[in-house]
Design a binder for this molecule. Structure first.
Ligand SMILES: [Zn+2]
Length: 66
């Protein structure tokens, strides 16, 4: 009997601001990773979980001008 357990997805996060599926990993220290999204926002990931978002999003700026 073969048990198939999907490997945990530890790929790039999805940006919470613009839903960009592949922010660029800029730096990594141990289990922490720092990624920069195309919208200009920084994402801080720890152990595969998004723990913080920093910086402004260009898309947020546009939305805020309404
Ligand atoms: Zn983004």
């Amino acid at each position: 009997m073969i048990s198939s357990s999907p490997a945990p997805e530890t790929g790039p996060l999805t940006c919470p601001s613009c839903a960009w599926p592949a922010p660029t990993v800029v730096s990594a220290h141990g289990s922490a990773r720092y990624l920069r999204c195309v919208c200009g926002r920084w994402l801080i990931e720890h152990a595969g979980v998004l723990v913080a978002v920093a910086g402004g999003s260009a898309f947020d700026t546009v939305a805020g001008r309404r």
